[in-house]
Write a protein of this length. Structure first.
Length: 166
């Protein structure tokens, strides 16, 4: 029997109206239950809509949700998966033209850069500027810069809960 031991949130920051139903169907395929999101206009991008949905499921469900959504390269979205027994938390962000940025996150939501990532960066950066650029890449600075306005446009939005069928 599969345990529901992970949870997180899907933030669809910008989605063309014509794709809203397709996004719901993609989420349904992952969680195995009907999904109906409360879509609202996204004021940052004319003609786009936004929605948030909390989910519960097995560890790794967050990555499956990202795989389901990234098939539409015009979407902007983030998926979080909180830390669960034996698993670090994750935040996965998708921006058109950048692709997916995946980071481990701490209990308070800070991104975690691990020892091997730092050792690799220290060994390969040939200047202070290259090191700074490498740190920005590890932290997903380009994704954050793009998504920040979209995140604020959703402050105070209603969140729906999805529960994975077991």
């Amino acid at each position: 029997m599969q345990r529901r031991s992970a949870q997180g949130v899907v933030f669809v920051h910008a989605c063309p109206k014509a794709l809203c139903q397709h996004v719901e169907w993609a989420l349904e395929r992952v969680v195995g239950t009907p999904v109906s999101l409360a879509w609202g206009e996204q004021p940052v991008t004319h003609g786009s809509y936004r929605a948030e949905v909390a989910w519960t499921g097995a560890p790794g469900t967050g990555a499956k949700l990202v795989a389901a959504l990234k098939q539409w390269p015009m979407l902007r979205f983030e998926v979080t998966e909180e830390a669960s027994h034996g698993n670090d938390g994750e935040r996965m962000s998708y921006v058109p033209g950048y692709g997916v940025h995946r980071s481990s996150i701490s209990a308070n939501g800070d991104l975690i850069v691990n020892e091997q990532q730092l050792r690799h960066l220290a060994a390969t950066a040939n200047s202070v500027e290259a090191f700074r650029h490498g740190v920005d890449d590890l932290l997903g600075a380009a994704w954050d810069a793009d998504l920040e306005a979209y995140r604020h446009a959703g402050d105070g939005t209603q969140v729906t809960w999805l529960h994975q069928v077991v």
